[in-house]
Design a protein around this ligand. Structure first.
Ligand SMILES: [Zn+2]
Length: 58
């Protein structure tokens, strides 16, 4: 049965592609004008130079 092998392989390929391309699911949930602070994971505006929550330079 060829299809029994190709379907799970396609699903695994899609998951690997989604993860390697920067997690399309969480990117779709966030507004475009904001991003996450790498230090405290709070949302910050894309034009902010410093995180207002922890002071991390963005
Ligand atoms: Zn922060």
């Amino acid at each position: 049965m060829f299809l029994m092998w190709i379907v799970p392989l396609l699903l695994i390929g899609l998951v690997v592609y989604a993860v390697s391309s920067g997690n399309i699911f969480t990117n779709a949930m966030k507004p475009v004008s904001s991003r996450m602070c790498p230090h405290c994971n709070q949302t910050a505006q894309s034009d902010w130079k410093v995180c207002p929550h922890c002071g991390q330079a963005l």
